[in-house]
Every structure is written in structure tokens, then in C-alpha cells.
Ligand binder design. Sequence first.
Ligand code: ZN
Length: 290
Amino acid sequence: MTNTPKDSHDRRSVPPVICYPTNMLTKPNLGLYGELRKNAKKITEIIVPPRDATHFLVKAGQFFRITSIEGPQVGDLNLWNSQNLTEFFYSGKTRALHGSHLTKGNQLWSCFPYLRPIATIVEDTLEWYGIDDFGASVHDVIGTRCDPYTQKLLTKKNYHYCCHSNLCRALSHATNQPITKIENLVHDVLNVFMCTGFTRDTGQYFMKASPVRPGDYLEFFAEIDLIGALSACPGGDCSKTHSSNLAMCFPLMVEIFTTKKVSLINESNAQWAAPQISEYDQTHGQKKNQ
Ligand SMILES: [Zn+2]
């Protein structure tokens, strides 16, 4: 039984405090990335079919761009260190550091015990959207990814082309490993172009039609060597439903750009180098012989 205290109004009026102030973080040098990008040449173009996923390889210092090409479509993005698949994108900590939705200048962080930026968003044509009257915004790190387990739980039905399953097939193909071996490496995503928020009355995760139009893109600078996998979500623009073949779906395009200057800068270590993994010693307070 809830017992409302007499000072409930005062307690609710306490102002919030940011959990993880980021003023100590080194800001990415967007000016340098912009200079590198001017001389970058496109080397790869990949089309991700609707309700499917495709993997791609990006070297540290290269750029990759995700573009809406035929119609409004949401993409679910996973990133792994291509030299060590146990280091991958950590959407929860990225959310804690940068907020629920990402845009230009935000970085994608890797999981423990590494915790370093593995990619930086350098361009976002949907930056104009901001936060709407429902509290929604685009490119969220709050949704997990549509998956067949939740679908089975809620509907008792099997659906094999959820983003989780699409990403499993893509990583299996990229690594030549059976899905049973790599499924636990598939992780919570960056929901590219998805428009989401939490309802004010129930706090539930909601989605609404993505404002993305053909030609819109989100572009990243790879801070380390990466395997990426992108799923063109079966929810399409995620305006109505997902985890089924009911929504209108479109392909997405991934392009990779490289520049000769990166290697020079990397070698001289003058302006940019791949971020180092966390300096924490991983003892967690445990004494020797404990
Ligand atoms: Zn999905």
C-alpha cells in the first residue's frame, strides 16, 4: 500500500542531477574529421535488403555512412572490434553518457572491460528533428532490438526476420561461425533513423513514424577496426508494427570512405590515434589470495 508523505510535493520538486557529467571527456576533433573527410574516397557500397542484415568491415580512420535510399526505413546497428569480438558496442553506457538519442559529435562506446569510443558520429541529416512534443527523437539507444524471443513471449508465434535474428545471420556469415556460437555477441543496437521516446503517463517505450526521407544519412568515423552489421528492421519506418511482414520495408545503403591522410596522422600520432582501452585495473577491490 502506498503511503503518500506530507512533503510529497517538495520531494518531487527536488531538481535532477546529471548522473554522468561528461565535461572531463575528451571531445572528438570534428574539425580534423571534417578535413580528413574532404579527401576521402568511396571504396565500398553495400545494400542491406529489407528484413535482412548485412555485415561490413571498416578500418580505423575510415568513415561509414548509412543512407535511406528508397523509402523511410529504420536500421539496427551492431559494431564489434574486428580483432576481438568480445569488445562491442555498449548502448546502455553510451545512453548514460550522451543521452537517449544520438547525433553529430556523440560517440559509440564499447563494453566492459574496454570502455572506449569505437565510432564517432560526424554527420546527421536528421539533427534538425531535435526533441518533439511527445518527447521523441531519432537514433535511439534505448530500444534493445526486435527479437524472436519477445515476439514468442507476447504472441506465441515464431518470426525469424527480427533484427536480432538478422544480425545473428550477418555475424555468423562474417565470422564463419554457427549462430549458436556467436548469438551471445549480438548486442543492443543503435536504432538508426528510428523515432522513439517514453510515454509520459506509463513510461513505456514508444515508436512513431520515422521522419527519415530518401537521401538522409548518418555518418560515422571508425575509431578502431570494426565489423559492422546493419539490419533493415521488419518494422519499416516503425510507425505501426514490427516483428512481422506487415510493414512496408525498404533497403538501406552502407558506404565506406577512406583517406590516405589517416595513416600519416596515425603514424605521427600528432592529432588522432585509436582510443586506448580503459585504464581501470580490473581488481574490483579484491585482495590477492581472496
Ligand atoms: Zn527491428
